[in-house]
Design a protein around this ligand. Sequence first.
Ligand SMILES: [Zn+2]
Length: 149
Amino acid sequence: MQCPFCDAEPTRVVDSRPSDGGRSVRRRRTCSECARRFTTYERTEMGLIVRKRDGSLVPFEAAKIRAGLEKAVVDRQVPSGSIDALVDAIEAEVSASGSEVSSDEIGRMVLIGLRDIDEVAYLRFASVYKDFAGAGDFRREMAALEGSA
Ligand SMILES: [Zn+2]
């Protein structure tokens, strides 16, 4: 590990401890040349990570989002390519937001995108995503949809 101050290669680890709830290792290092100290973090490289509501972490999979979308638009006439475009847009937004995203955030991105594609598909997805308890929830969502249109 190169020293950020003098670019010398030989550095010594003086302290090593788990960080970020055990998902990374924080190391204090000292440079053998200039004796200055710096910190490095070691993480597993997993690509984009989704944090689910129960706190568990799973790899981001565009295919899962596509499957959810296809279920929502079944029997609906949606412009060809619109689902592909939405999946691509969500993947790009997730990538831009960092390495970790919550499943709620992804759900919100899907909802916003679906609303522009098809109202029925939007409501179908919303009913699952928002855990609608009954028709009242559905009516409120309809009203919100009409209010923002
Ligand atoms: Zn140094």
